[in-house]
Design a protein around this ligand. Sequence first.
Ligand SMILES: *Cc1c(COP(=O)(O)O)cnc(C)c1O
Length: 392
Amino acid sequence: MRYADAADPVITLTAGPVNAYPDVLRSLGRTVLYDYDPAFQLHYERVVEKASKALRISGKALILHGEPVLGLEAAAASIITPEDTVLNLASGVYGKGFGYWAKRYSPRLLEIEVSYNEAIEPAADAAMLKQYPEISIVSVCHHDTPSGTLNPINEIGKLVRAHGAYLIVDAVSSFGGMNTHPDDCMADIYVTGPNKCLGAPPALTLMAVSDRGWARMKANPAAPRASMLSILDWENAWSHKEAFPFTPSVAEINGLDAALDLYLGEGPESVWARHALTARATRAGVKAMGLEIWAASENIASPTATAVRTPAGIDEAALRREARARYGVVFSAGRGETLGKLTRIGHMGPTAQPIYAIAALVALGGALNALGHKADIGKGIAAANDVIASDH
Ligand SMILES: *Cc1c(COP(=O)(O)O)cnc(C)c1O
C-alpha cells in the first residue's frame, strides 16, 4: 500500500509548522468579530494577559500579526542602529540567518560560529565580550531547529547583561515545550510564536520586551513606525482602550486563545515533561536502531525535535518520501547547511506524546529498510518503550 502525495498524511511529525490541537482548530472557527467591537478589544486584552502569564513576565506580552520571522526581523530593525556592534551567536541555520538581518542595520557585525551540531560555549561568548568591549547587542537562537540543538541562553544572558549589552533571543521552537522564559535568560527582546510547541497555526509572533529594551527602541529614531515591522506601534495595543495600528489577525487570536488555555490548563511543567519524554524515547530508539543523533552530545539535543543523521549512502529526500508513502508519516528535512544531512522528528504541541516516538521509529526504520539500509525496528521500539515504561 502507498499513500498518495495528493492526500493528507496520517501523522505529521514535523518540527513546525505542526498539526494544531483540535481545540485550537475549533477556536479558529469562532465568530470573526469587528476589531473595534468592545467584545473583541476586551478579548484581545485577555489573550495578551494569558500570553504574559505563559511567558511569566510582569509586563505585557506583545503580539505581532505575522509568523515569528516578522518578529525577528522587526527586532533587528527596531533595536539595532549603525552605531551598534552586534555579536551574533550562530550554531545553526537560524542563528546564522539573524546575522544577515543584523547586518542590514549595522555594518559592525561580529560572529561566533560553531559547527552546526554543536552549541555556543558561554566561555567563548565571555571571551568575545572581553575582547570587544564595544559589543552593544548580542543575538542568539535558543533551539536552532534545523539542527535540533540547544544553546545555553540563560548562561549567555547573564554574561550579556553583566556586559551591559542588549540580548535578542529567538525562542520560537523551544518556548512552550521546555522550561524557558524571557526573564530566565534576561532577554531584552524574546521572540516566539504559537506555531511550534503551543500547537497553533503559523501566523503570529509572541514577543516579550524588557523595560530597557523598550527604552532603547524608543530612543532609536530609525525604529520602524507605521510599518509592518513596527514593534513600537503595538506597545499599547493590548489595552481594550487603545486603537490597533492596523487590523489584527482576529481568527488567529482566537486560535492562540485556545492554545494558551490548553498550555496553562494542562500545566506548563506537564507539557514540558511530555516533550522531554517523547524526545528521550525517540533518541533511545534511534540509537538502538543503529542510527546516530545529529547533536554532538545528548546534553544539547532538543526536547522539541530530534535530528537524526542520514546514514552514509542514503538519499535523505528519498527517506522522507518512503516514510510518507509507506507509513503516511511526514518528517522535516534539514535546512540550508543541514539539508540532506539529517531528518527531523518534531515533538511539538500535540505530537509531543510518547506514543509518537514509536510511530516515528517505525516509519523512519521502515523507510531506511526499504532503501536497503538495515535498521532494527524491533530493537528501536523496545528501547523507546523502556524509556516510556520507566517514566513515572
Ligand atoms: C520556526 C522557526 C522560526 C520561524 O520561521 P519559519 O518561517 O517558521 O521557518 C524562527 N526561528 C526558529 C528557531 C524556528 O524554529
